[in-house]
Write a protein that binds this ligand. Structure first.
Ligand SMILES: *[C@@H]1O[C@H](CO)[C@@H](O)[C@H](O)[C@H]1NC(C)=O
Ligand SMILES: *[C@@H]1O[C@H](CO)[C@@H](O)[C@H](O)[C@H]1NC(C)=O
Ligand SMILES: *[C@@H]1O[C@H](CO)[C@@H](O)[C@H](O)[C@H]1NC(C)=O
Length: 869
């Protein structure tokens, strides 16, 4: 009984909500994460009843500070009393465990109040993981800023970082995460940041949040607009809408209308950045009891065009929400106008308004496995490097020191080098190092490491440099490691570990002896042994390779310098090396790929590529203009220039959206290129690395296969399969059957091609390292079983394509990725199916195409009547 009376008083504005609600609602903060930065204990905040925890378990840097006690006014919520400041380090991050795939409202709050007695309000950046979020501009010392985003989590942790931009010491007062219902605030793509959230018609200057708002959104009182008048009711407004918006009754039960009934209500807003896209949510509820001869209906216009295609007539004491399902991006200013309909006797009303900006947090985070591994290593060795904060590799400018990251347009960044030499490391060699799956270089020299040299180091497939010198390691060196060194695939340095032993293995002793002696620094030569690598042995005698059989296409390094203007325009970077833009003497544009001497791939791939490209010619294979081969630092390949870049970055990027029919054309082009390799070449060629980043598009969006470095030609001597010794390819695209059996067939390429098709259909990354459904085949399979083709289509192309052609493409992608290779189609079958798909799509034409700025719907239909409960 008591709380009903309290609510009643509150609604009349007689009592502040402060004393009343904690007792009533204190327990229901399900899923809330409420962090008071700089606090030293947990507590229940008195005004809101929210339970806060201190922040020390979410961050290990920064200094605890608090605002001066004379600035703590009675209505200042306690989480803003203290703060954490970051005088050290460029980036400092909170690391919060969350549930994957949950839509959260995430809020960072800031109140300066001259806590540092410097009287200078700092300005700094806020990052969300590797992505820029916003520049925090406080203006006045007393300003409270809440920066908010609505975001669906893609991994089981969220990193919120403050970044020093040279304009004062960053700090943060509070960090709050609130789970929302997944159906609320849906976007076509991207996350949202709060632009405004107004309790229109509020009659005092209070902010409304939890417990009134079950999601703890903060509703601000509006700026008064002349000509508007307030109306309100003391009755409860039902907010049980089916989209989970649930604006609080205390927000909905006040509204504004116009004093002059015939005048329209103008709601102007704008953003100087023309590229900004918005989502708008308008809340309505009738608050007055209308007589039989009274009615309130009105129309909503946006910049003079009908926004919602019916008359609006808010239901009595029931929340109605009108919003656009697609983002608005008409121009820099928007003017919403609510105009009384003909025959209506009452003017329009508006109860609440939310506007959100679209945020594209699309910079990839470092491979999740690597993140977990390096964070564990950081913990194991208590590494306190200032820049070891936030995402290890992203953004590139804030990547952790002591790491070497590999950036590839189509894959998340990976860690390929770790150098913790002379870092005071103690204890044993961390097992977590083995989880850095792509590690190539590991330097732990000159520390105080003890214990054995672990076996796992020999099992790391890409490791080629290992320096453990100058520690106090003991025991036997694993034989497998010595073998690797002898096979010249590993440069190993172990000297300066007096208690380390090697017993000769059962391999040929003479071969082993010398390198081992060298590794221990017993020889008088260099301490670090550089094994004679296959690269070197191939390069030195430059007279016999197949390259020399094509002197006409051979360019000098000086020519390369000239055509690339001394490498002034970098186009991209891959495992092989860097790719530069160039022009040859007749003006033809080219892309010049320079082989990096340090690259994981090497001269063999270089040779394979030249060899194949000089032999095969097809309109859907990139053509080789020439090559350069002058010593190991001056090897380059000159290709025709493909102006639109690779398919992977086109699909993942922000630029032009490839329409469905363009995607089908790209699929057909690539399929024809691959069909030629399989069936048009004698012996047939297996590409072995089909993936979206190896499909390049020219100015006219014509697609061509690239990167033949891993390709192999096989003699057609009856046996259709070929046993290979080493599995190569790209994770995610690699045929699992090939992986298991080591038997390479054309069907492995078809599997990879099926994956590319899935990317074209869904626009999704092939591997999502977090979450339960990690591989694209699993995801497609799962969603197709729900029978909804739309749920798997790339949201960017959904609107405008023929469902039948999509179904056909999906069926084919599934067939290509069948786990039994014999059930996969041949490339010729794929080509003819894709032609049919494209025909279906072209015949269907553009009649259903919908202009996204006009495709405005609403939940109004569902929510018009009182909601039955
Ligand atoms: C509606 O009816 C009431 C009497 O029931 C009358 O006083 C009032 O003027 C009418 N209003 C309009 C707009 O016709
Ligand atoms: C690791 O860093 C040290 C010191 O910065 C440097 O001397 C050494 O060459 C590095 N090791 C490797 C393998 O690059
Ligand atoms: C190296 O480790 C051994 C134990 O294996 C220990 O007795 C010795 O004192 C250590 N030496 C140094 C320099 O720490």
């Amino acid at each position: 009984m008591g709380n009903i009376i309290f609510i009643h008083f509150f609604l009349l504005g007689l009592l502040p909500s402060s004393v009343l609600f904690p007792l009533v609602y204190g327990q229901s903060q399900q899923g809330f994460i409420s962090i008071d930065c700089g606090s030293n204990s947990s507590y229940t905040e008195k005004i809101t009843g929210i339970n806060y925890v201190p922040d020390w378990s979410y961050i290990d840097t920064g200094r605890v500070r608090s605002i001066p006690s004379n600035r703590i006014l009675s209505d200042l919520e306690r989480q803003l009393w203290s703060l954490r400041s970051f005088p050290q380090g460029k980036r400092n991050c909170y690391n919060v465990k969350v549930k994957v795939g949950t839509k959260y409202l995430i809020r960072a709050s800031f109140l300066y109040e001259n806590y540092d007695a410097q009287n200078t309000v700092p300005e700094f950046d806020l990052h969300f993981g590797p992505n820029f979020w916003v520049t925090v501009k406080l203006g006045l010392p007393q300003t409270i800023i809440h920066e908010e985003i609505i975001h669906i989590t893609t991994s089981n942790n969220v990193k919120v970082c403050v970044v020093n931009t040279g304009n004062g010491t960053p700090f943060i007062s509070a960090l709050e995460l609130r789970p929302l219902e997944n159906v609320s605030y849906e976007t076509v793509s991207g996350s949202l940041s709060t632009y405004m959230r107004l309790d229109i018609g509020a009659n005092n200057n209070t902010f409304i949040r939890y417990p009134d708002d079950v999601y703890d959104r903060i509703w601000s009182p509006p700026v008064p607009i002349s000509g508007w008048v307030q109306i309100q009711t003391s009755s409860e407004v039902n907010n049980n809408d089916n989209k989970g918006f649930k604006a609080p009754s205390s927000v909905l039960n006040t509204a504004s209308t116009v004093a002059d009934a015939s005048a329209p209500m103008f709601i102007p807003w704008g953003d100087p950045d023309q590229s900004t896209k918005f989502y708008i949510y308008m809340y309505f509820a009738e608050l007055q009891t209308l007589q039989p001869n009274q009615s309130r209906t009105f129309k909503i216009y946006n910049n003079g065009k009908l926004f919602y295609n019916r008359d609006v007539s808010p239901a009595y004491l029931n929340e109605n929400v009108i919003y656009s399902p697609a983002p608005l991006s008409i121009n820099a200013t928007h003017e919403f106008t609510l105009v009384m309909s003909q025959g209506s006797t009452m003017p329009p009303i508006l109860n609440a308004l939310e506007i959100y900006k679209v945020m594209n947090f699309d910079r990839p985070t470092t491979n999740q496995g690597d993140v977990v591994a390096i964070e564990s290593i950081k913990k194991d060795y208590k590494v306190t490097k200032e820049d070891w904060q936030g995402d290890p590799c992203a953004p590139k400018t804030l990547a952790w020191g002591a790491l070497v990251c590999k950036y590839d347009a189509s894959d998340p960044p990976t860690i390929i080098g770790l150098n913790l030499s002379s870092s005071g490391l103690m204890g044993e060699i961390s097992r977590n190092i083995s989880n850095l799956a792509k590690l190539e270089v590991l330097d732990l020299s000159n520390n105080n490491l003890i214990g054995p040299v672990p076996e796992f180091l020999a099992e790391m497939p890409f490791l080629r440099v290992l320096n453990l010198a100058g520690n106090n390691l003991s025991g036997q060196v694993p034989a497998a490691l010595i073998n690797k060194m002898n096979k010249a695939s590993l440069s190993l340095s172990l000297d300066g570990n007096p208690n380390l032993h090697v017993t000769a293995t059962n391999e040929k002793k003479n071969d082993i002896l010398m390198p081992i002696l060298a590794a221990f620094g017993i020889l008088t030569g260099p301490v670090m042994v550089q094994p004679h690598s296959p690269q070197n042995s191939h390069i030195e005698p430059q007279s016999h390779g197949p390259l020399d059989q094509h002197p006409r296409r051979r360019y000098l390094y000086a020519d390369i310098l000239k055509m690339t203007n001394h490498f002034d325009t970098l186009l991209g970077e891959g495992g092989f090396g860097k790719v530069y833009y160039g022009q040859i003497s007749n003006g033809t544009e080219v892309a010049v790929k320079m082989l990096s001497p340090k690259s994981g791939q090497g001269y063999k791939e270089f040779q394979a590529e030249v060899d194949i490209l000089l032999r095969v010619h097809h309109r859907n294979l990139t053509s080789l203009v020439g090559y350069c081969n002058e010593g190991d630092t001056k090897m380059g390949l000159i290709y025709e220039y493909m102006g639109r870049g690779n398919l992977g970055s086109l699909l993942g990027g922000k630029g032009e959206v490839l329409r469905w029919k363009d995607r089908l054309q790209v699929a057909l082009d690539s399929a024809q290129g691959l069909e030629y390799l399989h069936n048009g070449c004698r012996p047939p060629i297996i590409h072995r690395d089909i993936k979206s980043s190896n499909i390049l598009l020219n100015e006219h969006f014509q697609a061509k296969l690239a990167d033949f470095g891993l390709s192999r030609a096989f003699p057609t001597d009856g046996d259709a399969t070929h046993v290979t010794t080493k599995v190569v390819g790209t994770p995610g695209y690699l045929d699992p059957q090939y992986y298991i059996s080591f038997r390479l067939t054309e069907k492995s390429d078809i599997y990879s091609f099926g994956i590319v098709l899935m990317e074209l259909i869904t626009g999704r990354p092939v591997l999502v390292k977090s979450g339960e459904i990690s591989h694209i085949t699993k995801w497609v399979d799962f969603n197709i079983n729900q029978g909804d083709i739309y749920s798997i289509m790339d949201p960017k192309i959904k609107e405008s394509c023929n469902v039948n052609s999509v179904w056909k493409a999906v069926d084919m992608a599934m067939a290509c990725t069948a786990s039994d290779p014999t059930n996969r189609p041949t490339m010729s079958q794929v080509v003819s199916e894709l032609k049919e798909c494209l025909n279906l799509e072209l015949n269907h034409g553009n009649d259903r195409q919908v202009d996204s700025t006009m495709s405005i719907a609403s939940t109004f239909d569902n929510e018009l009547g009182p909601v039955a409960r």
